[in-house]
Design a protein around this ligand. Structure first.
Ligand code: IMO
Ligand code: MG
Length: 426
């Protein structure tokens, strides 16, 4: 494939960072097409651990172009901070391009995110409080500032006008108005750092297409957090599905060959909302500790559940992936048995599709198939699929048959080397 979309197939935190980093090593160009600094990708590069929030995972490869696409919402201050950290680690960032059409996530969006969540009380979404929802709201409302405005010499005035307008809304929600004087200097400082990277990307992508460059589209969050297809309203505000790669980058139809779904061997979610295969017991706690299932961004403990094939089939259908990357399989070295949700029970009826109604989803009970695990067997150094314990292979085969996909990458540990490459697709 000359061009592929990496997509989270559950609720985010599937281990996209590691897989994207591997695929990025084979790409010429890496593009982020949606979301903002609500994402948290852990990338281990040359034995150093980096937490990327908005910069694409290919940034560590100085010879590869990294594009922050128009579909993104960008907080200039957190981007500048991320850039400074990378610069301090010795990366040049000459390989970073930012779309002028990306939307700005600014001080008042962040304030409003927190205030709106508070106003929702027990119906809150559990957002990352990074301003994502309010920023995309402004985009849909056609009132937001974009990167083109950020690089405009008149940015300070544009910001001031918006801020004064938004301060009324902040006060409506019972918040403290934000001072222009206190905030503008940080933006102007960040602007100096960001300005040289803002370049028109549509013609750039067209040129890269013509040159037959290998392009990797890096998704953030996951399918069930998609604003259209996720468990609305407990979702993020962007199209996280593979289709988002088109509207979020401007590549045009026809160049993307396929998608790879990142599937964690079990399920996690942070924030509120229905989660059919969730369970809370000692095993869940064990998984959380072993796999360090705490948010990169918010440090919240993640909710834990078994793999849900009903949800994953839905995910496969909306994304259209034929290939999968299975992550965190090594966690099962610590468990006696593994469960997989194969259908839902709703009103004493068995269903095998994801209900659209949240009410129904809350009522749905998981129907499980139980597998024996490979407790005590360390799989972290296995390099070939054939060498995996029989229990692991059976688990994998079952998922593959149910979803009609092939796992081409299997992650057996945190390190880059702890990976089984079953087939080279990119
Ligand atoms: P990565 O890229 C997991 C969740 C939040 C909340 C909902 C809305 O690391 O997989 P938002 O701040 O986006 O308005 O929050 O979405 N959420 C994530 N959950 N991983 C993420 O990113 C997430 N980004 C947002 O917890 O439920
Ligand atoms: Mg994450």
């Amino acid at each position: 494939m000359k061009s592929i979309v990496v997509v989270g197939s559950q609720w985010g935190d599937e281990g996209k960072g590691k897989i994207t980093n591997y695929l990025a090593s084979k790409a010429d160009v890496i593009i982020r097409y949606q979301g903002g600094d609500n994402a948290g990708h852990t990338v281990i590069f040359n034995n150093n651990e980096y937490h990327l929030r908005s910069i694409p995972s290919g940034i560590f490869y100085e010879d590869k172009l990294n594009i922050m696409g128009n579909g993104m919402v960008i907080n200039p201050l957190s981007l500048a901070k991320e850039m400074e950290e990378l610069l301090a680690s010795g990366y040049s960032l000459n390989n970073l391009v930012i779309s002028p059409l990306a939307t700005l996530d600014l001080s008042y969006h962040i304030a409003l995110d927190g205030l709106k969540e508070k106003a929702l009380k027990d119906k809150n979404i559990g957002t990352t409080k990074k301003g994502i929802g309010p920023t995309y709201t402004d985009k849909a409302e056609r009132s937001s500032l974009r990167m083109v405005d950020f690089i405009d010499p008149d940015f300070a005035n544009l910001y001031k006008t918006k801020l004064l307008e938004k301060n009324k809304l902040i006060e409506f929600y019972g918040g403290e108005p934000i001072s222009y004087e206190d905030t503008i200097s940080d933006y102007l400082k960040a602007r100096e750092l960001i300005l040289p990277h803002v370049k028109e990307t549509v013609s750039l992508l067209a040129k890269l297409r013509k040159e037959n460059k290998k392009i990797l589209f890096e998704g953030a969050q996951g399918t069930m957090l998609d604003v259209d297809f996720g468990t609305f309203p407990y979702v993020t505000s962007s199209n996280t599905i593979a289709g988002g790669a088109l509207s979020g980058s401007g590549i045009g139809l026809g160049y993307i060959d396929g998608a790879i779904g990142i599937i964690k061997a079990y399920t996690t979610r942070v924030g509120e909302g229905p989660f059919v295969s969730e369970f809370e017991n000692e095993t869940a706690d064990k998984i959380r500790e072993i796999a360090h299932e705490y948010g990169v961004n918010t440090h919240r403990p993640r909710r834990i559940g078994w793999l849900d094939l009903v949800q994953l089939k839905y995910s496969k259908n909306v994304n259209g992936f034929e290939y999968g990357a299975l992550t965190l399989l090594d966690v099962f070295s610590h468990l006696d048995e593994i469960k997989v949700c194969v259908a839902y029970e709703v009103n004493n009826q068995k269903i095998d599709y994801l209900p659209s109604s949240l009410k129904t989803l809350y009522q749905a009970k998981p129907i499980y198939k139980t597998f024996k695990s490979f407790k005590g067997v360390d799989i972290s150094n296995i390099k070939k699929f054939e060498d995996l314990p029989i229990e692991a292979k059976e688990y994998i085969k079952f998922i593959e048959e149910y979803l009609e996909i092939k796992f081409v990458i299997i992650s057996t540990g945190r390190d880059k080397d702890q990976t089984i490459i079953r087939e080279d697709i990119f």
